[in-house]
Write a protein that binds this ligand. Structure first.
Ligand code: KIV
Length: 273
């Protein structure tokens, strides 16, 4: 099988490919995407999994937390990411309030992402408390990625964005992860947990762990693309900045403004006769 990251296959990556990568010890990257053009860039760079995160609440819609976004807000973004990509597995985040009530509600929301937007999988936050939802989705044929540790939809209950799973809470997180695996989840995001706990969860599970602020031992790593490219003003400590896109955009629009003010743009080459 070709390498998961940057493989040349024209078909979509599947959850079976991710399971095979776990078995062969191949680590892989996941990034967020919210529109067709960036999805295409990331897809052509070989990123095997694109997440249409509910982080769109902040980076697309300008809210302070992930809580306000709805299924209707995220559906068009998900559809755009699916249209913009050819190879990546596209995972849609189920937003706050779209799955917690019941397994039936979770299935209804997931079905909308799959039927109306073409998503290939969904992600939801929580462990045992959403076990019936995960079981219902899996038995309906919906691939599920679970999200444990710092679950931003519970920020008010957690008392802020802080490291999770220290001390005894680590045993609970481990139990949640095992329950998610037993329920049929194909992967587990571990957000903001101590590196040694993430390492233990990773070796205890046969499904991939995807870390964000969880140290180097998880099977995969995920970052929000605006965080890793310098658009987010004050990213968390766990983010590595790989580019300064803010500076590039800033200097481009300033140069455009100057050209407009001085009459240097449009030039003859940009003008129809
Ligand atoms: O919404 C999101 O972008 C996420 C990732 C940070 C894992 O859930």
């Amino acid at each position: 099988m070709s390498s998961l990251y940057g493989g040349t296959s024209q078909r979509r990556v599947t959850v079976r490919d991710l399971a095979a990568a776990k078995e062969s010890g191949e680590k892989w990257p996941m990034v967020t995407a919210y529109d067709a053009m960036t999805a295409r860039v990331f897809d052509e760079a070989g990123i095997p999994v694109l997440l249409v995160g509910d982080s769109a609440a902040m980076v697309v819609y300008g809210y302070d937390s992930t809580l306000p976004v709805t299924v209707d807000d995220l559906l068009p973004l998900t559809a755009a990411v699916v249209r913009g990509s050819r190879r990546a597995l596209v995972v849609a985040d189920l937003p706050f309030g779209s799955y917690q009530s019941s397994p039936a509600q979770a299935l209804e929301s997931a079905a909308r992402f799959m039927k109306e937007a073409g998503a290939h999988a969904v992600k939801l936050e929580g462990g045992r408390r959403v076990l019936p939802q995960v079981e219902a989705l899996v038995s309906a044929g919906v691939p599920v990625m679970a999200h444990l540790g710092l679950t931003p939809q519970s920020v008010n209950a957690l008392g802020g964005y802080r490291v999770q799973g220290r001390g005894q809470a680590g045993d609970e997180l481990m139990a949640d992860a095992k329950d998610m695996e037993r329920a049929g989840a194909f992967g587990v995001v571990l957000e903001c947990v101590p590196a040694d706990l993430a390492a233990r969860v990773t070796t205890s599970l046969s499904i991939p762990t995807i870390g964000i602020g969880a140290g180097p031992s998880t099977d995969a790593q995920v970052l929000v693309w605006q965080d890793m490219t310098g658009l987010t003003p004050r990213p968390a400590r766990f983010v590595k900045q790989y580019a300064d896109v803010r500076a590039v955009l800033d200097s481009a629009v300033r140069a455009f403004a100057t050209d407009v003010a001085t009459g240097a743009f449009p030039g003859p080459e940009h003008t129809y006769s």
